[in-house]
Design a protein around this ligand. Structure first.
Ligand code: SAM
Length: 181
């Protein structure tokens, strides 16, 4: 995903981060073998997100493909290093309610959010900023339930969470059912 930004004129550096030796090997080989332009803009780092030291230039940080707990830990680590111009784009795979609660209580505000469906799976994508413009992140999401895909996602989430017995899941289902009326 990081490499897809390579031809954007405003992009001066791309840092690809992953703690897995195997993933880093694949990325490095991909860079060597590919026709990617401006390879000198790309750096690969074998690191956990919780270990990253950010540079002071403006940046967009993408954290995708991990559970909400892991993403929450990375955000806690990055938050003091972020400036108001930076953007954080996250796509958590699990524990989204817990992560949204953390974000709601944090210094981050919502820039935009959407949901997309790929190969039968739904993915929330949430863009955040430390700038004071924009609302707080809501506990259940707002725009993500709009439109045709939002409606489909809502039905999917009701079917998933209705089987959970904990109070947070029950409150979530009640909220989603209310939106459907
Ligand atoms: C499902 S894959 C998603 C890959 C990525 N979103 C992509 O398509 O470019 C999850 C990746 O997260 C990495 N990962 C797991 N824990 C991490 C952490 N704490 N910090 C950074 N990356 C992590 C894994 O090694 C794995 O490569």
């Amino acid at each position: 995903m990081g490499l897809s930004f390579i031809d954007q004129p405003a992009v001066k550096q791309i840092h690809l981060v992953d703690p897995s030796e195997d993933v880093i090997k694949v990325l490095k080989n991909k860079l060597i073998d590919s026709y990617i332009t401006k390879k000198e803009f790309v750096s690969v780092h074998k690191l956990k997100g919780q270990e990253i030291i950010l540079n002071p230039e403006s940046k967009i940080i993408f954290i995708a493909g991990m559970g909400g707990k892991e993403i929450g830990e990375i955000i806690t680590h990055l938050l003091p290093q972020l400036s108001p111009e930076d953007r954080l784009v996250i796509s958590p795979h699990r524990n989204i309610l817990e992560l949204r609660k953390q974000l709601h209580l944090s210094d981050l505000n919502l820039v935009d959010e959407t949901v997309l469906k790929e190969e039968g799976q739904f993915y929330q994508i949430i863009c955040l900023s430390k700038s004071s413009i924009g609302p707080k992140v809501s506990l259940y999401g707002s725009k993500i339930w709009d439109g045709v895909s939002g409606k489909e996602y809502r039905q999917h989430q009701i079917r998933t969470f209705i089987n959970h017995q904990d109070q947070a899941s029950r409150d979530f289902v009640a909220h989603l059912k209310q939106l459907s009326h």
